[in-house]
Design a protein around this ligand. Structure first.
Ligand SMILES: C[S@@+](CC[C@H](N)C(=O)[O-])C[C@H]1O[C@@H](n2cnc3c(N)ncnc32)[C@H](O)[C@@H]1O
Length: 263
């Protein structure tokens, strides 16, 4: 279910997303009896699926990864990358794997769809996630859907649970950043057309640029210190959900409701 799109990918492109998933979602993967992660739409070569396996196993050693790709020749070409814990299947948003995965990662997939198609794709993918168990304190599976540049210096992704969208994360190589709104060109499909006056994501990036400008004196200690200071200021007005340990990586995560499109 879905449409074949360009297969552009690059080794190590999704390292920032992988690291965030391992840090934030590692406990859920560790607790699962048979932890399963899906790399949906891995592209012309399955490098990102191989890397996801390695990085998730660092956090949860029993994790298995299935790369799911809608284009049959890309599934056939992936066969030579098979290894213990890694499998490939042809398929789309129906996610043809047994059971309910703890993770579905879809990077640079929905950007090639229409904005109106995003809600439907999210709903299908969220319905495939491992359910939450409120009594046991388990938040359930996670869908991570977002976009980055060709070599992974600038990322923005949305994280969704079985119940729907939870957070938006901005992640960047700080040395390459002029201002936080440089990340606007990598907004996921649900937000990229909403970076206009009157929409929350536009106000957020405007405030982030202001906080970044105000933090200019910290640049003499390095871009990381400037980013940490800017995010600390931003958190006075926006629901930032993470802390300095993640900010140090050039990340910030904000509650989805604060950035969600109007209407
Ligand atoms: C631009 S590549 C992204 C590759 C990799 N995820 C990355 O970020 O480097 C997008 C891939 O998603 C695949 N794709 C598009 N829609 C899909 C769907 N509904 N299910 C599975 N794969 C899909 C396309 O065939 C294409 O190979």
């Amino acid at each position: 279910m879905g449409t074949v799109t360009r297969g552009t990918t690059h080794p190590n492109r999704l390292r920032r997303m992988d690291r965030w998933i391992a840090a934030v979602h590692g406990p859920v993967l560790r607790r699962a009896a048979e932890p399963l992660a899906v790399d949906l739409g891995y592209g012309a070569a399955p490098w990102t699926a191989v890397e996801l396996l390695v990085r998730l196993r660092g956090a949860a050693p029993r994790t298995r990864v299935v790369g799911v790709e809608i284009e049959p020749a890309r599934v056939a070409a992936a066969a030579r990358y098979l290894r213990p814990g890694l499998d490939f299947r042809r398929g789309g948003f129906e996610v043809p794997v047994p059971g309910r995965p703890q993770l579905i990662r879809a990077a640079n997939v929905l950007r090639q769809y229409e904005e109106e198609q995003v809600a439907g794709a999210w709903a299908r993918l969220c319905a495939r996630l491992a359910p939450a168990d409120a009594a046991g304190g388990d938040p359930g599976g996670l869908l991570v859907e977002g976009t980055c540049d060709e070599i992974g210096r600038r990322h923005v992704w949305v994280a969704l649970g079985p119940e729907g969208p939870r957070t938006v994360t901005f992640a960047t190589r700080l040395a390459s950043l002029d201002r936080p709104s440089d990340l606007a060109e990598r907004l996921p499909k649900a937000l990229i057309h909403r970076n206009v006056p009157g929409e929350p994501v536009h106000a957020f990036l405007r405030d982030f640029d202001r906080a970044w400008a105000a933090a200019a004196p910290f640049a003499s200690y390095g871009a990381r210190q400037r980013w940490i200071r800017a995010v600390r200021d931003l958190a006075a007005d926006w629901p930032v959900v993470d802390g300095p340990r993640r900010w140090r990586q050039g990340e910030v995560t904000v509650r989805w409701e604060a950035l969600a499109p109007r209407n």
